[in-house]
Design a protein around this ligand. Structure first.
Ligand SMILES: C[S@@+](CC[C@H](N)C(=O)[O-])C[C@H]1O[C@@H](n2cnc3c(N)ncnc32)[C@H](O)[C@@H]1O
Length: 405
């Protein structure tokens, strides 16, 4: 598994994993946290394994995270022997790795909102002889004051906001690694305190996907359904999105679509996550389209991803456009981005989306991505830097893009 991860990093031109993280990954048997799973799956670097599901809502409640993102988060956390670490969201595997990295002088607290998850993690840790991780049941949004302060807080559930307890319980030079939902996109932010009181600066931004954080800070976005036939559902996810008229958008989906191509190409393995973040930053009427397999098969929609494809709501609110992709003629390894518009202003909305994709390609594709800064919710507008401001209960997140030709 570790060799495969190292080879992938080399192929993608990424830094090799820190030696200590690599050693920990080699030492902790992941299979012990996934009893009964075939070894090929237990050691698949990209496989997150769902261990608990909410069947009614059709969402995962708990999982043993994929080794690649676990490794990235451990790398970002820069764990040292002696560190006191709070892990929010248990499973056992990550806690065992942290335990190894912080050594006998360190301390690991792992808290999960679900008592069954904690009991399972405890059993699995015990099976490999780890009995000095402090496991607790509770809402991680409150941190774990009894063992604070922490040098590192590593959150392993998708957070929507930054609760004050994390700030209060982290040391002055502490690091907070947290998968954060920003306008519906989840990015793992590595946060350090900025010089201004109560502010945070993201020093790294990584792609990730996590189960949603539950409890006090749980947050669900609006999701109007545009087509609700079983197995063929199409919906729009509207996190911070505009008010829409569901009936008009359902009618829009039924209209003949208009496709506009952008002339922006992409290679098979080329990361384009900064494009999603850019579109989410600059589009006021931002949305994400989700579609079940049946809807794509039936030709209702042709998005790039079923789970959340960048989309825009038209200015009038009666239509939308989403991103699509086609193979470049005669070149098996190149693809072109496009936009599919639906509704009375289908062409204009699709052209607008294609234009924004072009802007990303011209000005930001080769750049470092946005600067992401978090300010206290009470910060007035005139104290914020320029950029997209995303308001939450406790924080104001600002995404600032600088042109990199
Ligand atoms: C992806 S799993 C954790 C994976 C784990 N760290 C591992 O070693 O693979 C996310 C966990 O977060 C938990 N969770 C969700 N909301 C929480 C909250 N408010 N406080 C603590 N845990 C929470 C879920 O119950 C779930 O078990």
């Amino acid at each position: 598994m570790v060799d495969a991860m190292a080879a992938e990093r080399a192929r993608l031109g990424a830094q090799p994993l820190p030696r200590a993280v690599e050693e920990a990954l080699r030492a902790v048997p992941r299979e012990a946290f996934l009893p009964g799973l075939p070894l090929t799956e237990a050691y698949d670097p990209h496989q997150a394994v769902v261990t608990k599901r909410d069947d009614e809502r059709g969402v995962a409640l708990s999982s043993v995270s994929a080794p690649t993102i676990v490794a990235t988060m451990l790398e970002r956390a820069d764990l040292r022997p002696g560190h006191r670490v709070l892990e929010v969201g248990s499973g056992g595997y990550n806690a065992a790795l942290i335990r190894r990295l912080v050594g006998v002088d360190g301390q690991v607290v792992s808290i999960d909102i679900d008592p069954e998850v904690v009991a399972r993690a405890e059993r699995c840790l015990k099976s490999i002889g780890v009995d000095d991780v402090h496991l607790a049941v509770g809402d991680g949004a409150h941190g774990f004051a009894a063992r604070a302060p922490f040098d590192r807080i590593i959150v392993t559930a998708g957070a929507w906001d930054l609760p004050p307890a994390w700030e209060q319980q982290l040391t002055e030079d502490g690091v907070l690694v947290v998968p954060m939902r920003i306008r519906g996109l989840t990015r793992c932010l590595t946060l350090r305190r900025a010089p201004e009181e109560g502010c945070w600066e993201a020093v790294a931004v990584d792609m990730c996907g996590f189960v949603r954080m539950r409890g006090r800070d749980e947050h669900w976005e609006a999701m109007p359904c545009l087509h609700d036939e079983d197995g063929c559902q199409v919906a729009l996810r509207l996190e911070d999105g505009p008010e829409v008229e569901e009936k008009a958008l359902r009618e829009a989906l039924a209209c003949e679509p208009v496709t506009v191509w952008s002339n922006v190409e992409v290679g098979a393995e080329e990361p384009t996550d900064s494009q999603d973040l850019y579109l989410a930053s600059v589009a006021d009427r931002w949305a994400q389209l989700t579609a079940e397999r049946g809807a794509i098969k039936a030709g209702l929609v042709s998005p790039i991803s079923r789970l959340g494809t960048p989309a825009l709501i038209s200015a009038e609110g009666t239509g939308f456009a989403y991103r699509t992709l086609r193979r470049c003629p005669g070149r098996a390894d190149r693809w072109e981005f496009g936009a599919v518009g639906h509704g009375p202003h289908a062409r204009a909305t699709a052209e607008h989306l294609a234009h924004l994709i072009g802007e990303w390609d011209r000005d930001h594709r080769r750049g470092p991505g946005p600067r992401i800064t978090l300010f206290p919710a009470t910060t007035p507008d005139d104290r914020l830097p320029g950029g997209r401001v995303v308001d939450k209960r406790h924080t104001r997140t600002v995404l600032t893009w600088t042109i990199t030709p």
